[in-house]
Design a protein around this ligand. Structure first.
Ligand code: GLA
Length: 382
């Protein structure tokens, strides 16, 4: 934090009005359900984007990142326009654009930021950037917006300004997660329940394995899946796939007949929503180890039905399970990025070594493995 504050002073010559942070996330379960009005269950990582920010009154936005080569980027608020920017600056600028477009009186800002959220790893580094700016401007301009609404505005920045058709999970996770808890979120109405998730107390750990790959076309494939789900909902005559009841799934699939693509997408989304509810029920009744097979079933569904896994993610899951993990699955958008592994504390070293060796044997880049403990959501640091 001190470093970001100092960086601000060096760049802009004055102390910032404040410093804020917003975390990346991993998703425990509930993948590709958020744009189907379904359930998700992310928790915040200790990795954060930190921003030092001051207001300006002259319609200028100045942005600087310690993580990117190059100097301060200066933008005029009146010039901000959707899909006009293909750089990292589109995320913070998009938030300013979305706030102003919603009628909030933001008149400019000086920003210096730095992030420890690995980028391109499926851990929501972009949502962290968006949310930290939204929270800072909400505080400085005294907008009084609740966190769920900041998340919505950040999603709008990402969908319209950046041009990526993502759901609401990542921004809500960054804005609303609480330390020691996973966030059970209903993406239809954004109602939330904080579920205590303290694996260490029960002798377990959750590992994140960043495969360090991002396969080409992943962005286009995301949009295709989303469009395919919307098509499935239309064929079934429902607003969103969330509306297909679990016990009505067989009926729904029968109605889709030999439309194999729709069958696969619908089956994933409906069974995944059910897996989220099952995970919540198991955690609430203290049967934490029993979520392992639910995670594994989630991975199989993403791999075989939704078809967004990749050899590296499958290798993590298969190797971890063969080395004694309780459960494992890919997390996030897919086609690379990260997997999660649920394991007994005593098995962590064996599993980590096995995954590293499997990657070396397969000729893949060494993965980055770290333990994830649910951290705090976005907050003001000073
Ligand atoms: C990305 C998107 C989210 C969500 C996940 C898949 O992280 O940003 O909105 O759709 O993929 O669950």
């Amino acid at each position: 934090m001190e470093q970001v504050q100092r960086g601000f002073v060096e760049l802009y010559g004055t102390e910032p009005e404040g410093v804020w942070s917003a975390p990346g996330r991993v998703n425990l379960i509930g993948e590709h359900t958020d744009y189907n009005d379904g359930f998700v269950m992310p928790f915040a990582l200790p990795h954060t984007a930190v921003a030092a920010v001051s207001r300006r009154a002259d319609g200028v936005l100045r942005l600087h990142s310690a993580d990117v080569e190059g100097g301060v980027v200066e933008l005029r608020l009146d010039d901000l326009a959707p899909e006009s920017d293909r750089n990292w600056t589109a995320y913070p600028a998009g938030v300013v654009w979305a706030l102003r477009e919603a009628g909030h009186p933001v008149t400019g800002a000086d920003v210096h930021l730095a992030s420890t959220v690995p980028s391109g790893a499926g851990l929501s580094s972009s949502a962290a950037l968006e949310v930290v700016i939204a929270l800072a401007l909400n505080d400085l301009y005294e907008l009084g917006l609740p966190r769920w609404q900041l998340a919505r505005l950040c999603q709008r920045a990402e969908n319209v300004y950046v041009g990526a058709p993502t759901g609401i999970m990542d921004q809500t996770a960054s804005a609303c997660c609480e330390e020691g808890h996973a966030l059970f979120l209903d993406t239809r109405d954004l109602s939330q329940k904080q579920i205590p998730f303290d694996l260490a107390a029960e002798g377990m750990r959750l590992l994140v394995v960043d495969t360090r790959v991002k396969h080409a076309h992943s962005d286009g494939e995301y949009g295709k899946r989303r469009a395919g789900c919307e098509r499935g909902a239309a064929l079934l005559g429902v607003d969103a796939l969330r509306d297909v009841p679990y016990d009505g799934l067989d009926d729904a699939l029968a109605r889709l007949g030999d439309d194999e693509e729709a069958v696969r997408l619908v089956r994933h989304v409906v069974t995944e929503d059910e897996r989220v509810e099952k995970t919540v029920a198991l955690l609430e009744s203290g049967e934490t180890r029993a979520i392992g097979p639910v995670l594994v079933a989630g991975h199989a569904s993403l791999r075989d039905d939704f078809r967004i896994s990749c050899p590296e993610l499958d290798l993590v899951v298969d190797t971890a399970l063969a080395s004694g993990a309780l459960g494992a699955r890919m997390t996030g958008g897919g086609f690379g990025g990260s997997a999660i592994v649920l394991a007994e504390a005593a098995d962590v070293d064996t599993i980590t070594k096995a995954v590293e060796e499997a990657f070396a044997a397969g000729g893949y880049t060494a993965p980055r493995v770290f333990e994830a403990v649910p951290a705090a959501g976005a907050r003001r640091l000073s």
